[in-house]
Design a binder for this molecule. Structure first.
Ligand SMILES: NC(=O)c1ccc[n+]([C@@H]2O[C@H](COP(=O)([O-])OP(=O)(O)OC[C@H]3O[C@@H](n4cnc5c(N)ncnc54)[C@H](O)[C@@H]3O)[C@@H](O)[C@H]2O)c1
Ligand SMILES: [Zn+2]
Length: 665
């Protein structure tokens, strides 16, 4: 991978994590790991300024907007915060701002960093008007109705404050409320929520505000934004806001020196465990609003503030047993079953052990006392073993040799960290997992059929593969547990409708190892049909753009398997889309073949995504940063000035949206 590809790959990966975190409220890596990757990208971009991209995750607030709410544009942009993990970082920050202000007469405020979801509240004439999530910083979701259910939020102000202003704050879920919600869920046989932050953020996006009202959400405020010059310091404006009825934690202090800031950090690093809600750090701000204005903002965060993040929490507990989980591809994941322990506000019972190497590297054994860490992550990690507490008769862990579900001997191929159960068509979790993947939203998107029902159908012997779904009859389904005529009919209808799902999604749904959503799209576009794809040999496959050895090998293996050939033929006979439809072929041309496009700015006749799709449909390639390889920049309104200069410097042709449309028509 060259440096450009590396940067691109990191950007793509981080974008996906942002989406998981902010839009789906379902992160798949820990915050710590996320921050390390972000720092890595920052460093690479700094070393390679020619690859600058205003859309990089380093330059943008990570949040997103959902389709479920009206999108509203923020009157004043909402920023993120610069992060620091050490006192040196704070000293550097102090030096930087002293230099910029040309003064060392700076006073700071120290606040706790409340861990929830950011919100912007608009007040006009002292009355609450609307509440919008941070979104991408420019625009967010209008969640006013949901926010109105939070009782501590003043809807009208008692005392004289400012007339028109925005109040910024964090929607949080206090720990005891979170625990209660989880007790109820467990009692109802539902899965527990993972952590307060994601639950708070997810609650805001519920469609039914009566449901939101049942949740013990709270709102802690930390900034007044107004054009009225009534207060000269951040501290005074917050104090006045508190008098006006806003919930502003009284943990905030004024610090005259950075040493006083350190003291605050040290105190709260310990005392935070006594708070009724979660905090993940301290936010230090320049107190004087005039100085704040002088310092201004970077593309992502204010220069006048910085967050100091507390170190991840650690506890020690006993590892009772190592068990093994089987995924849909047959991959085995070892799991540590722990003596339940309280960690960062939740009770932890399990930790992931990743793979055999990890167990060996840390020499993790059953009955060991282990250190478990959780930095806002979902599944905590074992980071070390407390050897002083190892039982005398302890024996090194012998990794599983056979599948815990079907007792088949496990295999491990050279260079792969994971063990696999090769019993693809006879191992229950693999069969269920494959079908669950097949019906999932991004694949065949089958309404009326859920993961648990798939498991039930398999156990009842009604399905063994995804092709079997298409043979199901309403009469077979009705007798099942918790099924009624209506739900059975919905399910069969949903399966019928999935026959309209376009080929690229079907290809993804098949669950070929290493063929994710993007790869499936590429392959569908290139080969146009499943027959062509399955007829392609390794050499042909690797000539396709971005298809490497590993993917090619996996496809060849899939295509040569008799069972798969039968499955695909059955799907074809049911009418599932196994080729690109004539309609979408019609919109595809080679007009832009070999040309690389960069799209920048805001467009009028088509959305950015439509534009990108049009480029790809006509044989062009879309790249996110301008380089020597770029042929055209399609410029909309507000194209970034640095992009423009760069395009001009490199002699890249800049065209308008209209010119682009003419190009393809
Ligand atoms: N695990 C993942 O996949 C994943 C993905 C994306 C982001 N993240 C995590 O999210 C964080 C980045 O998110 P971010 O951009 O929202 O930044 P951030 O949460 O680190 O800091 C900015 C936010 O802090 C909040 N805040 C709380 N108390 C505050 C106070 N007293 N004053 C001012 N602001 C206060 C504000 O809402 C503000 O928007 C990182 O910790 C990152 O690790 C994780
Ligand atoms: Zn198995």
């Amino acid at each position: 991978m060259d440096i450009e590809q590396k940067i691109q790959a990191l950007r793509d990966e981080l974008r996906q994590h942002n989406h998981n975190y902010y839009v789906l409220d379902n992160p798949t890596i820990s915050d710590y790991e996320f921050d390390i990757k972000l720092k890595e990208l920052e460093k690479l971009e700094e070393e390679n300024p020619q690859l600058y991209d205003a859309n990089s995750p380093t330059q943008r607030v990570g949040g997103g907007i959902t389709k479920n709410f009206e999108t509203l544009v923020h009157k004043n942009r909402m920023y993120s915060l610069d992060n620091s993990y050490s006192k040196e970082d704070l000293l550097d920050w102090e030096k930087r701002i002293q230099k910029m202000l040309g003064s060392d007469d700076i006073e700071y405020t120290c606040e706790l960093k409340y861990d929830g979801a950011s919100i912007n509240l608009t007040y006009e004439n002292g009355t609450f008007v609307k509440a919008v999530t941070r979104g991408d910083g420019f625009q967010g979701d209008d969640v006013t109705t949901n926010i109105r259910t939070i009782r501590s939020l003043p809807l009208t102000l008692q005392t004289d404050f400012v007339n028109d202003f925005e109040m910024r704050g964090e929607i949080i879920l206090p720990l005891d409320g979170f625990q209660k919600m989880n007790e109820e869920r467990l009692a109802n046989g539902e899965e527990a929520y993972r952590n307060p932050r994601n639950t708070a953020s997810g609650s805001l996006k519920l469609q039914d505000s009566a449901e939101v009202a049942k949740r013990p959400l709270d709102c802690l405020l930390y900034q007044v934004v107004t054009d009225e010059r009534k207060y000269t310091t951040h501290y005074d404006s917050l104090k006045a806001a508190r008098n006006a009825g806003f919930k502003i934690p009284d943990t905030i202090i004024l610090a005259k020196t950075i040493d006083e800031v350190f003291e605050f950090v040290n105190t709260w690093d310990i005392k935070r465990h006594d708070l009724p809600y979660e905090t993940d750090g301290v936010v230090i701000k320049v107190n004087n609003l005039q100085q704040q204005e002088e310092l201004g903002y970077t593309s992502k965060s204010p220069r006048w503030a910085i967050a100091y993040k507390f170190k991840a929490e650690q506890v020690s507990t006993v590892l009772n047993e190592i068990t093994y989980q089987v995924g849909r591809t047959g991959a085995i994941t070892p799991v540590a079953n722990l003596e339940p322990v309280q960690l960062a506000g939740t009770i932890v019972k399990r930790a992931s052990l990743h793979n055999a190497d990890q167990i060996e590297k840390l020499d993790i054994r059953e009955r060991d006392t282990v250190f478990v860490e959780k930095g806002g992550e979902i599944i905590p990690k074992i980071i070390a073993v407390d050897l002083s507490k190892r039982p005398e008769d302890s024996e090194p862990t012998v990794y599983a040799t056979h599948c815990p579900e079907c007792q088949t001997e496990l295999i491990r191929t050279e260079g792969d960290a994971k063990h696999y159960c090769p019993n693809t068509y006879g191992c229950a979790p693999q069969i269920t997992g494959r079908i669950q993947h097949f019906i999932s939203r991004k694949a065949m998107d089958i309404d009326g059929l859920g993961g648990e029902t798939v498991d039930l159908l398999r156990k009842e012997g009604l399905i063994e593969s995804y092709a079997d779904l298409y043979d199901l009859k309403v009469e077979q389904v009705i007798p099942l547990e918790r099924m009624a005529e209506k739900s059975a009919q919905n399910m069969i209808d949903g399966i019928e409708q999935s026959k309209q799902i376009p080929f690229e999604k079907v290809l993804f749904a098949l669950g070929i190892r290493f063929v994710g959503e993007t790869v499936a799209k590429k392959l569908a576009k290139h080969f146009k049909s499943m027959d062509n794809l399955m007829a392609a040999d390794f050499e042909t496959l690797v000539t396709v753009d971005e298809i490497g050895d590993r993917i090619a090998e996996s496809i060849v293996e899939f295509s040569n398997d008799l069972g798969n050939i039968r499955l695909v033929n059955r799907l074809k006979s049911y009418g599932v889309q196994l080729e690109v439809s004539a309609e979408s072929l019609e919109n595809q041309t080679d007009k832009l073949n070999g040309n690389v496009f960069v799209v920048s700015g805001v467009f009028h006749q088509m959305s950015r995504n439509e534009l990108k799709k049009a480029i790809e449909d006509n044989g062009g390639k879309v790249s996110s940063s301008i380089s020597k390889k770029t042929n055209y920049v399609v410029a909309g309104d507000n194209m970034g000035p640095s992009k423009k200069t760069k395009a001009e410097d490199l002699g890249v042709t800049i065209i308008s949206e209209q010119e682009f449309i003419e190009m393809i028509n």
